[in-house]
Design a protein around this ligand. Structure first.
Ligand SMILES: Cc1cc2nc3c(=O)[nH]c(=O)nc-3n(C[C@H](O)[C@H](O)[C@H](O)COP(=O)(O)OP(=O)(O)OC[C@H]3O[C@@H](n4cnc5c(N)ncnc54)[C@H](O)[C@@H]3O)c2cc1C
Length: 478
């Protein structure tokens, strides 16, 4: 579509993502008098954490109660119902660019094949698109029945279906406990939780942080539920192979050292019909990357959008909140959303709806949850030893069916010296998911450093596939 076809500004601010961060940002920006449109590809607001769930309360660690998620969500629904917030569900933003001083956001509808598309124009944008699961390949991980922890949560929360009757949960971090809790609650048997790190210092670290106590309480709550169900919690263990013919039938696990290297002679097999794997999350930075926003390494070593203390990115008028600025959990996302809403209002010359005291509380809470996230990532890092189990025939890129041997060959025999060259030689990361599943693992296997490859991934012209016919027939929405 030619630039001259682009409509006049329709709104003050477009918020991309209706998770905890997007909902909070929308309420504050709208209450500050901004015309707000919220775009989200889910069917209802809430994002990954509150998907399909009633808006349960999340206590603010301090400050006014109307900043809790339940209150914010109720207000979001009120403002949406009265037309103050224009909420568009089931739409995916696939590209964003600058036009004069405005932003043009391009959307694709729910049906990705017919995909009606539309453009949107705004004076400011808040990117609150969250994160996706980090995958670390191992032999057999592409077997049916093996899925990410987030995928298992989505299946249960979104469709009310459990992935299997006997589901092993493996990887690292407290998210494994959340996944196991959900599976147990819905009637699955969890034969083991396989945790690669040693979580013993987490409670001490988290409790040392103001507000962290409530989260350590949540952690202990999960532990007691697992104890009730007699679920073995095997720390310093990893799944090194998923075994099966047409689907997963068992997993081979082994004890590992602090670098996740297998201790010889400790492997054993656990029968199961599902495996949920969680190695943390990767911030979804692609849309901000299209605008050339500066990136930085987050506390977990992954790439995140770089923001100043007001959550403004390096691009004037572009703000970021929630997991896009660092993977820190739902509370961090909510309070960052509040601040982003106030900052965007200020940027647009509207008096922010949050009082000075309210803002102080929000800033203090952000610092608290950032501290909590650092404690989390210090306790549950991803260690290099995972690569030892990656055999040459292990699948790396599932969309393009690229195996680890091809990646190694691109480096050792073909002379690739950066991940972009590896991608061009092998097609890893060029498929339907656009590298969301494989890019951090390919990156780590190559060993060239995270910044370069994820920086490349961040500048894809379309962040999701869009049919050419839809592009040709695109029309404005407003
Ligand atoms: C799959 C998954 C499952 C999770 N489950 C749990 C759990 O059970 N317990 C827990 O404690 N934590 C869980 N987490 C972590 C938790 O979800 C986050 O801490 C929290 O949701 C962050 O809030 P957010 O607003 O930053 O992002 P999110 O809640 O992820 O919200 C972002 C929203 O943006 C939408 N979006 C993304 N890209 C686009 C686009 N291009 N166009 C339009 N919309 C877009 C997403 O669909 C989503 O609705 C999960 C994370 C993931 C990725």
């Amino acid at each position: 579509m030619a630039m001259s076809d682009i409509a006049a500004p329709t709104v003050d601010v477009v918020i991309l993502g209706a998770g905890a961060a997007g909902v909070a940002a929308a309420v504050v920006a709208a209450r500050s008098g901004c015309r707000v449109t919220v775009i989200d590809n889910g069917p209802t607001p809430g994002g990954q954490y509150y998907r399909g769930a009633p808006p349960i309360d999340s206590e603010p660690s301090s400050g006014p109660r109307d900043l809790s998620y339940a209150e914010l969500r109720a207000e979001f629904d009120r403002l949406t119902g009265s037309g103050v917030i224009d909420y568009r569900s089931r739409r995916t933003a696939y590209a964003i660019s600058r036009h004069d001083d405005d932003f043009v956001i391009r959307l694709r509808g729910d049906d990705r094949h017919r995909g009606e598309i539309a453009d949107f124009r705004a004076r400011a944008v808040i990117v609150a698109t969250g994160a996706f699961d980090r995958h670390l390949p191992f032999p057999g991980w592409e077997l049916p029945g093996v899925m990410s922890g987030g995928g298992a949560q989505l299946l249960v929360k979104g469709s009310g279906v459990i992935p299997g009757q006997r589901a092993v949960v493996a990887g690292t971090g407290p998210f494994l406990l959340a996944v196991s809790g959900t599976l147990l609650e819905h009637g699955a048997h969890v034969p083991a939780i396989v945790e690669a790190n040693n979580p013993s210092r987490f409670i001490t670290r988290a409790s040392a942080i103001r507000g962290g106590l409530s989260k350590s309480g949540e952690f202990l709550g999960y532990v007691s539920r697992l104890a009730r169900h007699r679920v073995p919690y095997l720390h310093r263990h990893r799944v090194i192979e998923a075994i099966g013919v047409d689907r997963v039938e068992a997993v081979r696990i082994a004890r590992v050292d602090a670098d996740w290297r297998v201790v010889e002679g400790t492997d054993r097999v656990i029968e199961c019909d599902a495996l949920a794997i969680g190695y943390g999350f990767v911030a979804q930075t692609d849309l901000a990357g299209q605008l050339g926003a500066q990136m930085v390494l987050g506390a977990d070593g992954g790439l995140v959008v770089d923001v100043d203390p007001n959550l403004s990115t390096s691009v004037p008028g572009l703000f970021a909140a929630g997991e896009t600025t660092g993977v820190g959990g739902v509370e961090a996302a909510r309070v960052e959303g509040l601040l982003a809403g106030a900052s965007v209002a200020d940027h647009l010359g509207r008096p922010p709806a949050l009082t000075r005291r309210g803002l102080d509380v929000v800033r203090r809470d952000i610092a608290t949850w950032q501290g909590f996230a650092e404690a989390l990532h210090a306790t549950f890092p991803v260690r290099d030893g995972w690569r030892d189990q990656v055999r040459d025939d292990t699948m790396m890129c599932r969309c393009e069916e690229v195996r680890a041997g091809q990646v190694r060959e691109a480096i050792d025999d073909l002379g690739a010296r950066d991940t972009r060259a590896v991608k061009l030689f092998t097609r890893a990361g060029m498929g339907w998911c656009q590298g969301r599943i494989c890019s951090s693992a390919v990156d780590s296997l190559c060993g060239f450093g995270t910044t370069q490859s994820l920086g490349d991934a961040a500048v894809r012209p379309l962040v999701v596939p869009v049919p050419l016919g839809a592009l040709a027939n695109g029309q404005m929405e407003g």
